[in-house]
Design a protein around this ligand. Structure first.
Ligand code: 1PZ
Length: 215
């Protein structure tokens, strides 16, 4: 029915959220960034419970940032740029080793930021894949390029095992609920430059402030 179609999850809507992330002067809105991740987590959950340990960590990090946004200093967290400035000026970030600020907004967002690079690489592989391409291989390649170096051995092992449980390309496209494969490819072609821009802006900001290795 039309009603149930409406409620179905659609990846396009999620990726559209990243469009709203950028302000006119190219600052990244924390609220929309977090909303984008929420949608991705929903998508991940719809792929099966073996990914629970991944979505649990993402949800935890989303919640940390939401708590800052809704907290008494919420106005300082409106953009990633204002968050970085505020937390650094007020010494709210553990810079070299974990100390009194183990859950700073800066280090928490950095984890999602690194995962956004994984997403970009994975979706780009998906976009250019052929019918017989394996989602598990594309996912693992993107993971090994963007995230593996930031994870301890145990997580790497668990992640690579979970990748084998990913549905094949046809089923994966189906869950995205965008339409026929050509439409998925077109949608990815539109979404990827936006995701890439949000990633690059954050990357440059973090690099300028030497925040890329926060513990
Ligand atoms: C479609 C297949 C989904 C594969 C997802 C690929 C990413 C694998 C990430 C594995 C994370 C394992 C759980 C916990 C990891 C944490 O240790 C790290 C570092 O945080 P810290 O320990 O320093 O607090 N967390 C992360 O790296 C954040 C991972 C977020 C992953 C979100 C994935 C969303 C997937 C969207 C699907 C379209």
């Amino acid at each position: 029915s039309v009603a149930s179609e409406d409620q179905k999850f659609c990846l396009q809507e999620v990726l559209d959220t990243f469009k709203m992330c950028l302000s006119d002067n190219k600052e990244v809105y924390t609220q929309h960034y977090v909303a984008g991740w929420r949608g991705l987590v929903k998508f991940l959950n719809s792929l099966g419970s073996v990914f629970g340990f991944i979505s649990k960590d993402a949800v935890n990090k989303i919640q940390i940032l939401v708590n800052y946004l809704n907290g008494e200093n919420g106005s300082q967290y409106v953009t990633v740029q204002s968050m970085v400035k505020y937390e650094l000026e007020n010494e709210l970030v553990d810079i070299t080793k974990r100390g009194s600020h183990p859950e700073s907004g800066c280090r928490t967002l950095l984890r999602l930021h690194r995962a956004l690079r994984w997403l970009e690489l994975f979706l780009e592989r998906l976009r250019t894949s052929t019918e017989d391409s394996k989602t598990s291989v594309m996912c693992a390649e993107a993971y090994n390029e963007a995230l593996a170096q930031h994870h301890p051995w145990m997580i790497r092992k668990a992640a690579n095992m979970a990748f084998y449980m990913l549905p094949g390309r046809p089923a994966f496209f189906e869950v995205m609920n965008v339409g026929p494969p050509e439409q998925v490819v077109a949608m990815l072609g539109e979404a990827l430059p936006l995701i890439s821009e949000v990633y690059q802006i954050t990357e440059t900001l973090y690099a300028q402030h030497n925040l890329l290795d926060l513990p």
